[in-house]
Design a protein around this ligand. Structure first.
Ligand code: NAD
Length: 385
């Protein structure tokens, strides 16, 4: 199939036209591990047909089986674009993916990665794959270096070698460390206070160096707290163990033995609990697509902070969840966690003006409602079946 693909590939990277090759389509469909039902097969072929009849563009999503990556995959597919996924399923879920080719490899496996990159003509790469639990990074700092820096460097070298020119990188507000302003913009000093933030900052720096050296363009997107789920409730957030606040609250509502922990109520905030900025996952992935459009028209390395611009304390989120679910949250207070800033809210005005980004989900209740709809489905249809 790879030979057939190569035969149909022109030397032009963008808007590559491939001749319709029914055999290639059949082989690809057969190879795909995500064709469980007739409907999916039908939609798979519809996407294929649109792609081959018009211009063909294929995107790569690393970490596409994860929470945000799977929403990116769906977003691109909803635009009738073809997507391949690389994932090692360390925290990702197979049920989160449909109608795409899945390469189950680790980005640390350089040979397998090179084979994929050299046999596909990717228009751009969305790089989500990473280890991303702050507390875990304090215990396993070396693993975070490997997975977030070495693996990302492998990917970057592969892109350069294969002349794949656009990368959109998932970074984090954790690169800023202790916050010195009410809202954090891109110029805020970057002094991460945990290994997770450090590894993300190291790769940001590597990326901007390589952009100057090679024919490569990049957008660094620093998310604050991703939250919510796609409105279809087909996909959403699921980690085991869960460390993010909103799904942890829901877990405690579903399982009364799973008591929610609040890490400190003596922070310097309005009610003593940590304040965070929650941005809906679909607003986030929309920003990624706009970042790709930016790279279609501009060369260089660009960075943007992505958040809702509103801060909510842990207690405020608990109250909002109680209101939406009409259930009482059972929680206990425990000590502060190391490596966690107490107040983290984004200034996203640069993304709003430069990328023409519009935040659709401005209300926290709306974000929580979408997460709750997904969470109930997750437990009823995925976990308990
Ligand atoms: N969720 C958030 O609130 C948040 C906030 C800031 C930044 N981020 C960043 O966004 C990205 C995605 O976060 P998420 O919450 O979706 O995480 P996630 O754990 O749900 O997804 C990560 C995915 O990457 C895969 N993966 C990890 N290491 C890999 C490797 N070496 N090779 C191949 N696949 C690998 C995992 O299996 C998983 O599917 C991460 O880079 C994270 O640092 C997330």
């Amino acid at each position: 199939m790879v030979i057939a693909e190569r035969l149909h590939t022109t030397p032009f990277r963008t808007r590559t036209l491939r001749a319709p090759a029914p055999m290639v389509l059949c082989l690809k469909a057969w190879e795909s591990r995500t064709l469980p039902g007739l409907l999916n097969v039908k939609s798979y072929f519809t996407i294929k047909l649109i792609n081959v009849l018009f211009y063909f563009m294929k995107f790569l999503v690393t970490g596409g089986a994860g929470y945000i990556g799977s929403h990116m995959v769906k977003y691109l597919q909803d635009k009738n674009l073809e997507v391949d996924v690389i994932d090692n399923f360390s925290t990702g879920n197979r049920w989160a993916l449909r109608n795409c080719k899945i390469y189950e490899i680790d980005l640390l496996n350089n040979q397998a990665l090179c084979d994929i990159l050299s046999s596909n003509d990717y228009e751009a790469v969305f790089h989500f794959a990473a280890s991303s639990i702050v507390n875990d990074s304090l215990i396993n700092a070396q693993e975070y270096m490997q997975n977030n820096v070495t693996a990302s460097k492998n990917l970057l070298n592969g892109l350069i070698k294969n002349n794949i020119q656009k990368i959109i990188f998932s970074s984090t507000a954790a690169v800023f460390g202790s916050i010195k302003s009410i809202k954090v913009n891109e110029k805020h000093p970057k002094n991460p206070i945990n290994p997770y933030g450090k590894t993300k900052l190291i790769f940001e720096e590597i990326l901007s160096e390589k952009v100057n050296e090679f024919n490569l363009s990049a957008v660094i997107l620093r998310y604050f707290n991703a939250a919510g789920a796609d409105h279809s409730a087909i996909i959403g957030e699921y980690h085991d163990p869960e460390t993010h606040l909103i799904p942890s609250i829901f877990n405690s509502l579903i399982d009364s033995k799973d008591i929610l922990k609040i890490y400190g109520n003596n922070h310097n905030t309005r009610d003593g609990t940590c304040i965070r900025d929650y941005i809906h996952v679909n607003d986030l992935v929309n920003a990624h697509y706009l970042a790709y459009i930016k790279l279609k028209n501009n060369k260089g390395c660009f960075d943007y902070n992505l958040g809702n611009g509103n801060g909510f304390s842990v207690l405020e989120i608990i109250r909002a969840c109680e209101l939406i679910t009409k259930k009482k949250v059972n929680y206990k207070l425990v000590g502060k966690r190391a490596g966690e800033p107490e107040h983290l809210v984004a200034d996203s005005s640069k993304a709003i003006s430069d990328l023409n980004w519009k935040i659709v989900h401005t209300e926290i209740n709306e974000i929580i409602k979408s997460a709750w709809k997904w969470h109930t489905r997750l437990y009823n249809e995925i976990i308990n079946t």
